[in-house]
Design a protein around this ligand. Structure first.
Ligand code: ADP
Ligand code: MG
Length: 260
């Protein structure tokens, strides 16, 4: 077995007295596309935010590409990250795509793509522009490179957000319900881009309600319930013989809005 690209072990997170994550252990190997399913409130976003270090887990450990996140215990027993520089470096390896796109509205599409690579990674502008143009071709939006986000459809904005994430050359891509805010007719164009990333061997964790994507595109499915992993495995198993009663109930209440 090779070293996982991303490894999280025993992740706990509480907000006040609300114990949201109760020990999440999950590894992603290179090229894994892991769909994370679960009812609203089960802790999916909190888990991704812990991975991306937007939240610090209270307990647990994390490794990215063999590098262990350095943490120390505070007086209250909870953890905190020790090394700001390490956090920034690790975070830049974990590009996140949000439900609400989160593009910088005062910047053009091209500026959105080159900002991170130039500012955070200190790469030369010409190189960033060249790569950004290639990524925009890739998501079918090269001709929109000088538009502002407000002049794009939701599906186009989300494709820009994916290209912006790719521009950081991340080890792992994290998606938090990337199609949930879109009108139904725009879901397919975003799923198509995500499918092409999966096919080229990107390592992806995808929180989604798109059952077609989970079944047909991802190689592993994780079903979360109240802060724990209820069932995990290959899609054929999780959707088939290994399905728990809870997972059956969940899937029967979620239908695809677009074929993945
Ligand atoms: P999901 O993404 O599966 O819908 P979340 O991870 O967003 O679930 O939320 C899990 C629970 O944690 C919810 O009850 C939510 O209200 C709570 N929660 C999430 N973030 C915070 C926060 N910053 N402060 C307090 N409670 C939070
Ligand atoms: Mg969520």
């Amino acid at each position: 077995m090779t070293t996982p690209t991303l490894s999280t072990t025993g992740i706990h997170k509480s907000f006040g007295s609300h114990h949201v994550l109760k020990g999440i252990t999950l590894d992603a190997h290179k090229g894994d596309v892991i769909s994370i399913l679960g009812a609203s409130g089960s802790g999916k976003s909190t888990y991704l935010r812990c991975i991306n270090l937007l939240e610090t887990p209270d307990e647990g450990s994390m490794q990215l590409d063999g590098e262990v996140l350095k943490v120390r215990q505070r007086k209250d027993g909870r953890m905190e990250a020790m090394d700001r520089k390490q956090v920034e470096r690790m975070r830049s390896q974990l590009a996140m795509v949000f439900q609400s796109f989160n593009l910088w509205s005062h910047m053009t599409v091209l500026q959105n793509l080159i900002e991170g690579p130039m500012r955070v990674q200190k790469r030369p502008r010409a190189e960033c522009v060249e790569e950004a143009d290639q990524l925009l071709q890739r998501v079918g939006l090269f001709e929109r490179r000088d538009y502002y986000p407000a002049h794009l459809s939701g599906g186009q904005q989300q494709r820009v957000a994916i290209a912006r994430a790719l521009a950081m050359r991340p080890q792992v891509m994290l998606f938090d319900e990337p199609t949930s805010a879109l009108d139904p007719e725009l879901v397919g164009e975003v799923l198509k881009v995500m499918r092409s990333l999966a096919e080229e061997g990107r390592t992806m964790l995808v929180v989604t309600h798109e059952m077609g994507f989970a079944r047909n595109v991802s190689n592993r499915v994780v079903f979360m319930h109240q802060g724990v992993i209820d069932v995990e495995g290959a899609p054929a198993d999780v959707f088939g013989t290994h399905a728990t009663e809870r997972f059956r109930q969940f899937t029967s209440s979620h239908q695809d809005r677009a074929a993945a």
